[in-house]
Every structure is written in structure tokens, then in C-alpha cells.
Design a protein around this ligand. Structure first.
Ligand code: FAD
Length: 401
């Protein structure tokens, strides 16, 4: 089979969501091509990757069914058993404590570095014989109708790929989405996420911490594999108002470590920077349709959200699960690109995605600058949730999906 096909499916986008989709489709017996520029993640395994994800137990189950989870280096995965979330930074700020034990779940999340996840996914794709093509999709057209029809993806190199179906996993600025004429509604958050890893003088006890505040934005410290039983390692995701994010990005390592030590009320003792800080623009992206003729959108190409709930990648993996479920339920007489099939996918995803988008957006706004009476109302609501066992169990039930 040449790299130009024909294939059953072409997956465009070599992030983790595209990789999982390509692997699942190949394991379902389809001829799959996976196209996109090779990732530029660092390759030295002694270093720590400051791009980390909190994967939900639901995502763990998907990765297990793809035979990826048990192939991951388990010493680089940190389970989160407790989450402590503070509405403010004062010593008496109301705390919301979620814990896996009382929520009756194995763990609230699993923290993993992007590089660790990608290395294992790429090895599995090679093993599965998926054609991996280092190129960029620049053009798209449909040819013919019904089972004889095809989609053609033109590439930056001038070559093209032909398949029955294309899956767009090419991220928030998806070219395939634009080529299909699907217009996304994009709103920029007035914040940037600054990420970096630290060693800490105190252990984290497998706990994730988060502080919300109008001047602060959202500061999260996620547990990484510890240095020793009494010294921790932690990964920061600080969604800071733009001015503050610029300030943080311009700091020296010592200045940044001192600032985070301070803003986190020394919860993990003294911090020491171990990876350079990087920053990311934050956007809310909503799309009116998740499908077009011979095209299915997944991952950030289909939705982007604020990272405060650590759910963007998880809903992308939820798309992959649904895509594979739709295929599994395909009637023998239905063509792979049958629109009816992919309407089932769209219907199943719209509600789940919109719920997460609405909740994270509302939380981001609630902790932005508010008139005084609304601040009082928000704090009241927070205390009510924090003191209700039922509300905490419901929050856990949502987070682990
Ligand atoms: C700071 C931060 C922290 C986050 N933390 C979490 C977390 O803890 N948990 C969580 O679930 N989510 C988290 N997210 C969200 C998560 O990062 C994204 O949802 C996820 O990375 C999206 O994956 P993707 O594969 O869909 O897209 P991407 O990772 O953006 O991959 C898209 C790929 O498509 C390629 N591409 C682009 N254009 C083309 C083209 N024309 N042709 C071919 N390929 C193309 C790109 O090169 C790239 O490889 C976080 C996000 C941020 C910003």
C-alpha cells in the first residue's frame, strides 16, 4: 500500500487525540493513514515535560481498551487521590475538598506528561502498521457519491491522500474544519496559561491544589512523581490575567519559584523551578456542526475550553470513544462515510461537550472581576457546595468520566 492510499480513513493531526483515534480505527481493522507535522516535544527522557495532562479514569479506561495504558511507564503516572480547591488566597478562604475515598472512586485523575503519552501512542501506531505521514493538509475535496465516493486531502508537499472518510484532529485552528466551511465561534479569554514544573521541599501526598481569585486567575499545582518520600515534584498550570502572565513569563527561575511559593501559601513548602516556563493563549471555541460530508471533527478541532477543570483532552478522548462506538454499531450494509452513521456521533457528543464548555466558562467568569453583591453570592454558593456531601459526590462523578 503506498502512502497515498487508498485508505479507509485518514486522521489529520498528530496530537494525542488524533493518535488515539488512528490507533482505535486501525485496531478495528481499517486501513488508516495518520498525517500531520511530527511533534516537536523534547526527547530526553531524563527531563520533565512541562506539558502535563490530568487524565480522567474514563480516559484511562479508553487507553486501556486501546492497550496503551499498561504500556505506559507507570513510574511517570501520578494518581490524584485528593483535590483541594480554594475560592481566594486568604488563610480562611473557603475550601472545597474532593477525595477519591469518600467519592468511592479509585482516583480522581492521573497526571501524565504529554511526551510520555505520545511516545507510547507513537510506538503502538508503528506496531499497528499505521501509515504515518509527516506533512500538512492544505486542501480537501469530495469525489463521487455513495460507496464509490472518496475524500481527497491535498498536502503541503503537493501529494494527496485519498480515503473514504477523514477525521479532523488538527487542533483548535483546524484547517480541515475551515476547508469544510464550518465556522467556529472563537472567544479569547483575557488570560494566558503559564506552565512550569518545580521540585518542592514538602511532599504533595498525591493531592492537586487549585486557587481561584480575580487578580490571580486560576493557579493549579498538580502532583508529579516525587523526588523522595519527603520532597515532592509539582506541575503548575497558572491561568493568569494577560498582564500578570506576561510578568510571570519575563521572570527568572528564582523569581517565578518565589512567586508561586508565595501565592500557594507555601502549601508545598519552598519551590524550585526544574523546567522553563511556557505560556499558552486560552480560547473558548464552539462549532455549530461536528460533521460534514466524509468528515468528522474530534478533539480541539471540535471544541476548545478553558483548562481550569483539566477536561479539554478528556473530552477529546470522549470523542474518540464515541467514534469507535459508532463504528462498532455500524450496520453491515452501511458505508463507512454514511451520513446517518456520523449523525449518531454528533448527537451523542453535542450535549456532553456543551455541558463541560458551559460549566468551565461559567466558573472562569465567576472568578473574574465581579460587582460586590455577586462576589457575596458566589462565595455563598461555594460554601454550600463545599459543605454538601451530595454536591461533592456529583462533582466527582462528573470529573471521572
Ligand atoms: C495549559 C493547558 C493545560 C491543559 N491541561 C489539560 C489537562 O490537564 N487535562 C485535559 O484533559 N486537557 C488539558 N488541556 C487541553 C488539552 O491540551 C487539549 O484539549 C488537547 O491537547 C487537544 O488535543 P488535540 O490532539 O485535539 O489537539 P492538538 O494537541 O492541538 O494537536 C493538533 C495537531 O494537529 C496538527 N495540525 C495542525 N494543522 C494541521 C494540518 N493542516 N494538517 C495536519 N495536521 C495539522 C498540529 O501540528 C498538532 O500536532 C490543557 C490545555 C492547556 C492550554
Amino acid at each position: 500500500m503506498s502512502a497515498s492510499g487508498p485508505f479507509d480513513v485518514v486522521v489529520a493531526g498528530r496530537g494525542a487525540v488524533g493518535a488515539a483515534a488512528a490507533l482505535g480505527l486501525s485496531q478495528a481493522g481499517l486501513r488508516v493513514a495518520w498525517v500531520g507535522p511530527a511533534s516537536a516535544t523534547p526527547t530526553r527522557h531524563t527531563d520533565w515535560d512541562s506539558r502535563v495532562f490530568a487524565l480522567s479514569p474514563g480516559t484511562r479506561d479508553l487507553l486501556r481498551s486501546l492497550r496503551i495504558w499498561d504500556a505506559l511507564p507507570q513510574e511517570r503516572i501520578t494518581p490524584v487521590y485528593d483535590m483541594r480547591v480554594y475560592a481566594g488566597q486568604q488563610a480562611d478562604a473557603p475550601e472545597l475538598h474532593l477525595d477519591a475515598y469518600r467519592g468511592q472512586v479509585e482516583a480522581l485523575a492521573f497526571i501524565i506528561e504529554n511526551r510520555t503519552l505520545m511516545t507510547t501512542l507513537e510506538a503502538a501506531l508503528r506496531f499497528a502498521g499505521v501509515a504515518t505521514i509527516d506533512d500538512t493538509v492544505t486542501d480537501m475535496s469530495c469525489e463521487g457519491k455513495g460507496p464509490a465516493g472518496r475524500i481527497r486531502l491535498g498536502l503541503g508537499s503537493g501529494q494527496s491522500l485519498v480515503a473514504k472518510l477523514a477525521v479532523a484532529a488538527d487542533g483548535a485552528d483546524s484547517t480541515l474544519r475551515t476547508l469544510a466551511g464550518i465556522e467556529a465561534r472563537v472567544s479569547d479569554y483575557p488570560q494566558r496559561a503559564v506552565v512550569a514544573n518545580f521540585e518542592s521541599s514538602l511532599p504533595h501526598a498525591d493531592t492537586a491544589y487549585q486557587w481561584f481569585g480575580p487578580d490571580l486567575g486560576v493557579l493549579a499545582l498538580l502532583p508529579l512523581p516525587p523526588v523522595s518520600p519527603d520532597r515532592g515534584r509539582t506541575s503548575m498550570v497558572w491561568s493568569a490575567p494577560t498582564g500578570l502572565a506576561d510578568e510571570l513569563s519575563a521572570m527568572t527561575g528564582e523569581q517565578l519559584a518565589a512567586r508561586v511559593t508565595d501565592e500557594s501559601n507555601q502549601m508545598l513548602g519552598e519551590l524550585n523551578l526544574i523546567t522553563p516556563a511556557h505560556s499558552f493563549a486560552l480560547r473558548l471555541i464552539k462549532v455549530p456542526r461536528l460533521i460534514a460530508p466524509r468528515l468528522v471533527l474530534i478533539g480541539d478541532a471540535a471544541h476548545a475550553i478553558h483548562p481550569l477543570a483539566g477536561q479539554g483532552m478528556n473530552i477529546g478522548f470522549g470523542d474518540v470513544r464515541q467514534l469507535l462506538d459508532v463504528l462498532k454499531g455500524r450496520e453491515f450494509y452501511r458505508d463507512l462515510a454514511d451520513e446517518l452513521l456520523w449523525r449518531r456521533y454528533e448527537r451523542a457528543r453535542v450535549e456532553a461537550v456543551s455541558l463541560v464548555q458551559t460549566t468551565t466558562d461559567a466558573l472562569q467568569r465567576a472568578f473574574g472581576p465581579l460587582p460586590a453583591p455577586l462576589v457575596g453570592l458566589r462565595d455563598l454558593g461555594w460554601r454550600a457546595v463545599a459543605s454538601s456531601g451530595l454536591a461533592r459526590r456529583l462533582l466527582i462523578a462528573r470529573a471521572v468520566q
